[in-house]
Design a protein around this ligand. Sequence first.
Ligand SMILES: NC(=O)c1ccc[n+]([C@@H]2O[C@H](COP(=O)([O-])OP(=O)(O)OC[C@H]3O[C@@H](n4cnc5c(N)ncnc54)[C@H](O)[C@@H]3O)[C@@H](O)[C@H]2O)c1
Length: 341
Amino acid sequence: MINIGILGCGNIARTRHIPEYAANPDCRITAYYNPSRGKAEALARQYGGKVYDSAEELLADPSIDAVSVCTANDAHAALSVAAMKAGKHVLCEKPIACTIEEAQEMLHISEETGRLLMAGHNQRFLPAHREAKEYLNKGTIGKILSFRTTFGHGGPEMFMKVKDMNSWFFRKEKAAMGVMADLGVHKIDLIHYLTGERSMRVSAKLSTLDKCREDGSPISVDDNAVCLLEMESGAVGTVTASWTYYGQPDNSTVIYGSKGIMRLYDDPDHSLLIKLADGSLIAGRSGPMDFRAPSGVIDSWIESIKAGKVLESDGKSALDAMKTVFAAIRSSETGTSIEIH
Ligand SMILES: NC(=O)c1ccc[n+]([C@@H]2O[C@H](COP(=O)([O-])OP(=O)(O)OC[C@H]3O[C@@H](n4cnc5c(N)ncnc54)[C@H](O)[C@@H]3O)[C@@H](O)[C@H]2O)c1
């Protein structure tokens, strides 16, 4: 039985990590820490386990095998590093770090300690994306030439019990980055996963177009990001991320290949739809996107711990995605395209 600790007991811990751990027969949640203790206590009452007074106290407990880091962004790297040094495997939410140096340090500590590091990049686990990967591997649409992918909704306040425009999500000192790192990183990881390639160059524009704090001043992070990526093969595409798609979210991807076009979560009737140049159609078997369904992240994480290696979404792939995010930010700041090494 794998003993799990939860660091940060907010939305993502409560709605995804914890129910998915609870449903997995090979693990149990034994520990929680959250600065406001009430949130941790409510979860411990519901799911069992002990509440700790600090992250340090939780990490010092030798009975805990692995932790989920589900805090605001600014604590991800430090807690992940401390946890690995304390002998725990780490599943860290995205964006895994606030700087490239932090992300590199996380990977380095994982290698040095032999502790596993996985990122919560759940897009690659969505059913139509898994199915898409099978078709792409078989060469059904031929060579990938170009793509467009987007992830946008009305903003983090949509998921808050009480709308709070002073939330950490909108403050640079806690979040470090805005929608580019919140939603854009998901789509960059997805494109890396689907194409099997890294991004080599990015040109981007990040803007704060609409979101304001309670006092009317603009939030201190980006609420829209538009990126042009060049992949290792020369394929090109756009990644857009937005917190201002009011009224209707968009989480779609279209891949244009030498033999046809693949639409993912783009067609109203089919989560995966391939139209080939000869006119034939392939409709996937995946149902509509359902964010209430298990994400698949936790089951893969538990299998990874059992296997002694990260099966999917490891620290290296997370670092590749973060390199692209930081390059996009630099591109926007400098008005130049940035090579990614
Ligand atoms: N993978 C996904 O699809 C997905 C979805 C939503 C959120 N997230 C990520 O999960 C993280 C948390 O987001 P959320 O929506 O749950 O936010 P949230 O504000 O609801 O929860 C964050 C919790 O972390 C706690 N916290 C802050 N600093 C801490 C520290 N040092 N130690 C322990 N706890 C601390 C806060 O008190 C809060 O309860 C963010 O990084 C976010 O980007 C990922």
